[in-house]
Design a protein around this ligand. Structure first.
Ligand code: IGP
Length: 415
């Protein structure tokens, strides 16, 4: 089996792509390709079981689907995509290979959220009976973990019903991507105030139902008319009463603001799905995703022309994200998703000192997220260094959510 060396990491050589048939085929099938580590020459090729075949499939679809042009061979495209820099972030891959589990990698990066219940789900069915055996290993420790465990099952089912090959067709017919980051920057320049990402959210686990008469399209139009630069649309059904249909409907109704798909992303499949429904940006939560996923998923966003808003909540998370190249948009959440505690001084705390300096040098756009209710709150996060704000509750609870914008900013920002 022949491999293409695309990077070095200390003693191990990575050979992520092995081509069948001398690598000269124009169109490669997934079956022809394997990721692996070369331990001294071709004979020592060790397949990487750690990257799931679905991940490999995603990467390759990306490579072959979008770059497998006549001019560029798939191998060439793969080499470009999986540059050295990308591979440098694959250090965790070695840990995986040496038998460490995904949860160990998450733990090493300070991520407390486990991707799925370590001891399997609590319910066991035997014939007509269902047993619920709850233990530390199958009970979520907090709401965020609960959401993630549910999302893991949900995505697996959706993904089975709609494989990536089907979504790729929908993407071709999807409305063109709008420039999310560009819209934020333009608004900041125009108004001299943080650009507004206004959130279309019916309910949340922390506050329950925020608005009974919830018409997502009407709210979106009203936000746009009153000066929002972009919109954030909740897609999670179970905990936020949102949906991908809302996202799709808003885009179809002629709203021009770029749309952030507010979903708990744990699988690259969800990014393609979001794009097929008209999303222009997705949220990547650092409290949930290890560096390798953030990097890999942000590359996928880039390939799809979308923006990735990478959300952090504490020093450790922002430091991890600042260490990943290519991140252009960081959100600082003032709400701890594990405890729901809201403190807007979190934005200030994470932007102080050296971190703020690095952000300025890198030209990263910062979004202050959650718990913003008054013009003083907006001024506070702006002074702390935020270029944009993400606001849900304080607007959605107003009689007219769009009109709430002028109150929130202390002036009309619509023109
Ligand atoms: O409604 P608020 O407090 O204005 O917050 C909006 C937004 O920041 C919040 O909804 C949010 C931030 N990060 C998230 C991640 C998932 C779900 C929701 C969120």
């Amino acid at each position: 089996m022949e491999g293409i060396l695309i990077g070095d990491a200390s003693r191990v050589r990575f050979v992520p792509l092995a081509l069948g048939a001398k690598g000269r085929r124009k169109s490669l099938r997934f079956e022809d390709l394997k990721f692996g580590i070369s331990k001294g020459g071709r004979k020592g090729f060790v397949p990487l079981r750690c990257i799931s075949s679905d991940d490999v499939r995603d990467i390759l679809l990306l490579v072959i689907g979008s770059n497998g042009s006549e001019k560029e061979s798939p191998a060439e495209a793969a080499r470009k995509l999986l540059s050295k820099d990308f591979i440098a972030n694959f250090v965790e891959v070695r840990e995986w290979e040496s038998g460490k589990s995904l949860d160990t990698i998450l733990e090493n990066q300070g991520i407390r959220i486990r991707r799925r219940p370590p001891n399997g789900p609590p319910a066991h069915s035997v014939g007509p009976f269902e047993f619920r055996l709850e233990s530390e290993g199958n009970t979520p420790r907090n709401i965020l973990e609960k959401i993630i465990w549910n999302k893991d099952v949900e995505v697996a089912q959706l993904r089975e019903r709609k494989p990536l090959s089907m979504i790729n067709k929908d993407i071709k017919n999807a409305p063109p991507v709008r420039d999310f980051l560009g819209a934020l920057k333009a608004s900041y320049q125009r108004t001299g105030m943080p650009a507004l990402i206004a959130e279309v959210k019916k309910a949340s686990p922390s506050s329950g139902v925020l608005r009974e008469d919830f018409d997502p399209v009407q709210i979106a139009h009203s936000y746009e008319k009153n000066g929002a630069a972009c919109l954030s649309v909740l897609a999670d059904e179970k905990y936020f009463q949102g949906s991908f249909e809302n996202l799709e409907a808003i885009r179809r109704a002629g709203v021009k603001c770029p749309l952030l798909c507010k979903e708990f992303i744990i699988d690259a499949w969800q990014i393609y799905y979001a794009r097929s429904k008209g999303a222009d940006a997705v949220l990547l939560i650092a409290a949930v995703l290890p560096n390798i996923d953030i990097k890999y998923m942000s590359i996928i966003c880039q390939k799809l022309g979308m923006a990735a808003l990478v959300e952090v909540h504490n020093e450790r998370e922002i430091d991890r994200v600042l260490g990943i190249t290519g991140i252009e948009l960081i959100g600082i959440n003032n709400r701890d998703l594990e405890t729901f505690v809201v403190d807007i001084s979190n934005t200030k705390k994470l932007l102080e000192g050296e971190r703020g300096e690095v952000i300025r040098q890198k030209g990263i756009t910062v979004v202050g997220e959650s718990g913003l209710f008054t013009p003083e709150d907006i001024a506070f996060v702006q002074n702390a260094g935020a270029h944009a704000v993400l606001v849900g509750e304080s607007l959605i609870k107003q009689d007219d959510p769009g009109k709430g914008i002028a109150q929130l900013f202390g002036k009309d920002i619509s023109s």
